[in-house]
Design a protein around this ligand. Structure first.
Ligand code: C2E
Ligand code: CA
Ligand code: CA
Ligand code: CA
Length: 279
C-alpha cells in the first residue's frame, strides 16, 4: 500500500509539473502572439428564424501558434485571464471582429451585427476606469448599434454593482448586451430584473438531448417564455441537428446558432458562406 501511495504521489506531481510547464509555455507564446497581433477571429452565423436571414455573427478567438500549433480558447482564455493579458486580447479580438464585419456589411450591402465575448475578469480589471471599447468603435467608424457584448452569469453574481454600472455605460453608447450560456452553472434569476439585456442565449447543454429529454424541452420552453416576458430575444446555441432545430422552432425561439448551420468560419470562408446564404 505504501508503494502504491508513493507512485500515486509521483504520478500526481508529474502530472502537475506537466500542467504548469504547459501553462508557462502557453502564456509565453500568447504574450508574443498578442504583441504581434497574431490572434485571429472566426465568425459564426446567428440565424434569424423569422426572416431566414443571417444578420448577426459571433466572434470567436482563434490562435494557431507557430510552435504550439492550434490552441483552443478553453485553454488560452483562462491563461490570458491569469496573466493579465485578457484586456489586450479582448481589444485585439474586438478590433479584428469589427473590421471583418465592416467589410462583410459593405459586401452584403446591409449592416451586419457582431457579438464579442467578454469575460467577467475583463470588467473587473477595468475597475471603474474608462472602458476602451467605445473609443475603439469610434476610431474604426463602426456603428455601436451593430455591436453586442456577450457576458456570462458569473459577472453578475460576483460583482453585481460594478457590473451594473459597466453594462449600463455600454448600453448608453448604443451597444447591445447578451447574457451568454444561460442556465449553465449558478443561475440566480433575480439579476434579470436589474440588468437590461437585449438577448438571452440558452446554453447548449439544454439542447443536446432536447428530443429525448422531456425536462430539457420544458426548461427551454420556460426559459424562452420568461425571456420574452422580460422583453429579451432568445438565441438557442448548439443546434446540431434538424430535429433539434424543429424542437426549438416549435418553442418560439428568435435566433439559432450551431453546427447545423456551420461552425465558426475564417474571414475568407464566412465571406463565401454569406454570399451564398444571403445572395
Ligand atoms: P461560447 O461563448 O459559449 O461560444 C460557443 C462555443 O461553442 C464556441 O467554442 C463554438 O465554436 C462552439 N459551438 C458553436 N456551435 C456549436 C455546436 O453546434 N455544437 C458544439 N458542440 N459547439 C458549438 P470555442 O470557439 O471553442 O469557444 C469556447 C469558449 O471560449 C466560448 O464559449 C467563450 O466563452 C470563450 N471565448 C471564445 N472567444 C473568446 C473571446 O474573444 N474572448 C473571451 N473572453 N472569451 C472567448
Ligand atoms: Ca458566447
Ligand atoms: Ca455560449
Ligand atoms: Ca462559454
Amino acid at each position: 500500500a505504501k508503494a502504491l501511495g508513493r507512485s500515486k504521489f509521483a504520478y500526481f506531481t508529474n502530472d502537475l509539473r506537466t500542467k504548469v510547464l504547459r501553462e508557462q509555455q502557453v502564456q509565453k507564446r500568447l504574450r508574443i502572439a498578442i504583441e504581434n497581433e497574431l490572434l485571429d477571429v472566426h465568425l459564426q452565423p446567428i440565424l434569424d428564424v423569422n426572416t431566414g436571414a443571417i444578420c448577426h455573427l459571433e466572434a470567436l478567438a482563434r490562435w494557431n501558434d507557430s510552435e504550439l500549433g492550434q490552441v483552443f480558447p478553453d485553454e488560452f482564455i483562462p491563461v490570458a485571464e491569469q496573466s493579465g493579458l485578457i484586456g489586450a486580447l479582448g481589444l485585439q479580438i474586438a478590433k479584428k471582429a469589427i473590421i471583418y464585419t465592416q467589410y462583410l456589411s459593405s459586401v452584403q450591402n446591409k449592416p451586419l451585427n457582431v457579438s464579442i465575448n467578454r469575460s467577467a475578469l475583463e470588467f473587473e480589471l477595468l475597475n471603474g476606469k474608462l472602458d476602451p471599447l467605445p473609443e475603439l468603435i469610434a476610431e474604426l467608424g463602426f456603428d455601436p448599434c451593430q455591436l453586442c457584448i456577450e457576458v456570462t452569469e458569473s459577472l453578475l453574481l460576483k460583482k453585481p454593482e460594478m457590473a451594473k454600472i459597466s453594462l449600463q455605460r455600454l448600453k448608453e453608447h448604443g451597444i447591445s448586451l447578451s447574457i451568454d450560456d444561460f442556465g449553465k452553472g449558478y443561475s440566480s434569476l433575480s439579476y434579470l430584473k436589474h440588468f437590461a439585456f437585449d438577448n438571452l442565449k440558452i446554453d447548449r447543454s439544454f439542447i443536446s438531448d432536447i428530443n429525448n429529454n422531456k425536462s430539457d424541452f420544458i426548461l427551454v420552453k420556460t426559459i424562452i417564455e420568461m425571456a420574452h416576458n422580460f422583453g429579451m430575444k432568445t438565441i438557442v446555441e448548439g443546434v446540431e441537428t434538424k430535429k433539434q432545430l424543429d424542437a426549438v422552432l416549435s418553442l418560439g425561439c428568435d435566433y439559432v446558432q450551431g453546427y447545423l448551420l456551420t461552425p465558426g468560419l475564417s474571414f475568407e470562408k464566412i465571406s463565401d458562406y454569406l454570399k451564398e446564404y444571403n445572395p
